[in-house]
Design a protein around this ligand. Sequence first.
Ligand code: PLP
Ligand code: COI
Length: 352
Amino acid sequence: MDLAPSEEMKEKPSDVLKVPFGTVFTDHMFSMRFSAKKWHDARIHRYAPLSLSPAALCLHYGQGIFEGMKAHRRGQRILLFRPEKNFSRLNQSAIRMVMPEVNIDFALEVLKELLRVERSWIPEVSGSSLYIRPTMIGTQEKLGVKPSDEYLFYIILSPVGPYFKEGFSPVHIYLSTDYVRAARGGTGAAKTMANYAASLLAGTKAAELGYSQVLWLDALERKYLEEVGTMNIFVKFDDELVTPPLTGSILAGITRDSVLTLTKDMGLKVSERQISIGEVIDGINSGKVTEMFGCGTAAIIAPVGSLWYKGRPYTIADGKIGRLTRHLFDELTGIQSGELEDPYGWVVEVEH
Ligand code: PLP
Ligand code: COI
């Protein structure tokens, strides 16, 4: 470990809830390198810029993957939420992008050690957490298109409040009919950097109209709901809660999986099936769509207040937060922060 002397440590934000998401980073990070077919040089060290060849393969051909998870603090306790799922998804992304896998137990141990080092950075105020960003990039210096022989894996930490500046209030989403994010057989199910790059242009159009996220349709028919920019999507039609199935072009969200478990246990009728945009628009017009929300690690549960589709906005259920949406937000944040009992064994405590 190469730890910063206390006089060189950064000042922490006085009000983390006001800090724009992902703009402040802690004093230390974890990194390790891969070459000659194995991981080595694993260490916790000061947060610092990377040194990378300008010909590094990741900079040209996009061999890069990442994860997003959160640590919560409750008194002296540090809590993670289903972290092994994130590392196993990282490995699935690695397989898709022809990158080396990491040992999940090892990755979890080094993350816990980093969190112990950065304990004082984990905010405790309600609505805040320490966002964790494991990242892997291909670093070999070469211009030929091929999988890199060398990689850097690192974990950085950022104290955060709500992902949307509105906090837990309805977000307005823009349905893109001009662009698609990912096609089946492509990389949509991997958490790889290019998927986000592909989303930026539609995101800019959405922002110009005052919308905070893009809702994507399937690439082939441009008819079925896929997911939102940084979230999976759920629609409640009368008493049926529906989310699109995992067909390979969307991310298998860990929050999505948790919502499916929570709602099934509540006795709700829950379906993973295709949802056409026509069904949604008809349902909004007839009042059959009673709630719509997005879910993801950063955004948690985000009620959808309105949807922009083909030149006009559609308000969902008076633009108010639905009962189920609110309940799921309370339940999930309660379990994640240790305020509520966790009957599922989802919370992993970082021992002292
Ligand atoms: N879909 C996309 C494109 C995302 O970036 C995210 C965020 O990670 C999600 C869905 C939700 O996934 P999770 O709940 O695992 O954070
Ligand atoms: C997350 O929810 O962790 C994400 O990855 C979303 C985003 C900040 C890219």
